[in-house]
Design a protein around this ligand. Structure first.
Ligand code: PRP
Ligand code: URA
Length: 209
């Protein structure tokens, strides 16, 4: 799919193998989510447009380029997306942060939206949605729908693990949104969990099960 960028790097594969392991502690799990999120953000900023600036080094004046960090908004999908915020903010420390609360109904697997708080002028900003898991794609599609309804035009989606079925659905509905993923896994199981996956990301980040 043209709109999906998968990170191919030995460091990512190494970190993912520890992240997926069922005996990995909550502490290490959180650290790895943060680290992989930094790499995803680095990749997602590859096409960023820089402003011209003139500066002075201790030796001479020079013309160079800077990013207007302020125009970016990170939007974690609660809960699990919160685990990615520290990592992306360490790459873009002055970006804004909005929040979308969504959980997947355990019977219908459909996302339920319970919270939405984003900067007032969101339509003038570039949005980067954060959620470690893209399974059926329902949460991703609904989050993008909500932001487009608010007039947002530039949206990217960062996730740690994704399923081919969900990526296909997102592409059909929102082909303009680029998805950055550390790994595209094999498939969804009968409970719409990603396999091999890593289990329930929210529970593993917050130690709730
Ligand atoms: C998980 C995950 C995504 C969603 C992915 O959230 O963090 O938001 O499921 O599934 P989908 O692609 O099929 O929509 P969950 O419902 O477990 O909520 P939580 O983050 O509060 O644990
Ligand atoms: N949500 C998760 O946390 N894990 C999955 O595998 C699917 C949805």
């Amino acid at each position: 799919m043209k709109n999906v960028i998968e990170l191919h790097h030995p460091l990512i594969e190494h970190k993912l193998s520890i992240l997926r392991e069922k005996t990995t502690s909550t502490k290490v799990f959180r650290e790895l989510i943060k680290e992989i999120s930094m790499f995803l953000c680095y990749e997602a900023m590859k096409d960023a447009v820089l402003d011209d600036v003139s500066i002075e080094t201790p030796l001479e004046k020079m013309d160079t380029h800077r990013l207007n960090e302020d125009k970016y908004v990170f939007i974690p999908i609660l809960r699990a997306g919160l685990g990615m915020v520290d990592g992306v903010l360490s790459v873009l420390p002055t970006a804004k942060v909005g929040h979308i609360g969504m959980y997947r109904d355990e019977v219908s697997f459909k996302p339920v939206n319970y919270f939405f708080k984003v900067p007032d002028d969101i339509e003038h900003r570039e949005v980067i949605i954060l959620d470690p898991m893209l399974a059926t794609g329902g949460s991703c599609i609904d989050a993008i729908d909500l932001l487009k309804e608010k007039g947002v035009e530039k949206i990217k989606f960062l996730c740690i693990i994704s399923a081919p079925e969900g990526l296909q659905k997102v592409y059909e509905k929102h082909p303009d949104v680029t998805i950055y993923t550390a790994c595209i896994d094999k498939k969804l199981n009968q409970n719409n969990y990603i396999v091999p996956g890593l289990g329930d990301a929210g529970d593993r980040i917050f130690g709730t099960k």
